[in-house]
Write a protein that binds this ligand. Structure first.
Ligand SMILES: [Zn+2]
Length: 231
């Protein structure tokens, strides 16, 4: 059984209208990363951080998966092997498209996390400081998002998957954020065929055996079709 491991980043969600901190305009442009995406920023001004993620959650719920998300869901459905998506994105567009085997290494907007007892539950549309943890009843709720300076989720599991991958693809990732930027090297060492699908070459493009340039909504469906035809 062949195994395909796919890393997805902001580039795939951008085509569904969800911007990142690198984009001009949009939600991020009104804030500094240090204020809304670090534990220190949250400690300084929790209300600002709740509002920021409440706005992003509302925006993400309005977003619609694009052809790239759809193609990856089809790959998981139809491929005679294992398909795993590791995503850096905090939206749920892969799931909305029908993908089931998805690891959110940076957490997700639909999650709430108790900083006191680590309990996780489904975030309400509007999170606020007075929210109580349903398990320990403390008011230590925070978005279930991995902020800068925090350890991404599922790392041991992810390294295991990379070591057993036959194909590793990175789609719409900048290659600037570690540890994800080093996944290609882990997969390559394990003997996987590596392919980058990106609008612009990533910072680690030279680590890939194959590069496909273009919009994810155009390159991913073509790539998936080739995989399903066994080419
Ligand atoms: Zn708790």
């Amino acid at each position: 059984m062949e195994k395909i491991v796919i890393l997805t980043g902001a580039g795939i969600s951008a085509e569904s209208g969800l911007g990142t901190f690198r984009d001009e305009g949009g939600l991020w442009a009104q804030h500094r990363i240090e204020d809304v995406a670090t534990p220190e920023g949250f400690a300084r001004n929790p209300a600002l951080v709740y509002n920021f993620y409440n706005a992003r959650r509302a925006q993400a719920r309005e977003a619609i998966p694009n052809a790239a998300h759809g193609a990856l869901a089809q790959l998981e459905r139809d491929f005679q092997g294992e398909v795993l998506i590791i995503t850096q994105n905090v939206d749920c567009l892969h799931e909305a498209a029908g993908s089931r085997n998805v690891l959110h290494m940076h957490g997700f907007l639909e999650g709430a996390l108790c900083a006191a007892c680590n309990h996780r539950w489904e975030a309400p549309l509007v999170m606020k400081g007075a929210d109580q943890c349903p398990r320990c009843l403390q008011t230590a709720t925070r978005p279930d998002i991995v902020w800068f300076g925090e350890m991404p989720y599922y790392m041991e599991e992810i390294w295991d998957h990379l070591r057993s991958a036959d194909v590793f693809a990175a789609i719409g990732t900048s290659g600037n954020v570690y540890p994800a930027a080093a996944f290609v090297q882990d997969a390559d060492r394990a003997g996987a065929h590596t392919v980058e699908l990106n609008l612009e070459p990533s910072a680690v493009v030279s680590d890939f055996a194959e590069v496909r340039a273009g919009k994810a909504s155009e390159t991913v469906p073509v790539w998936v079709e080739e995989l399903l035809k066994g080419r």
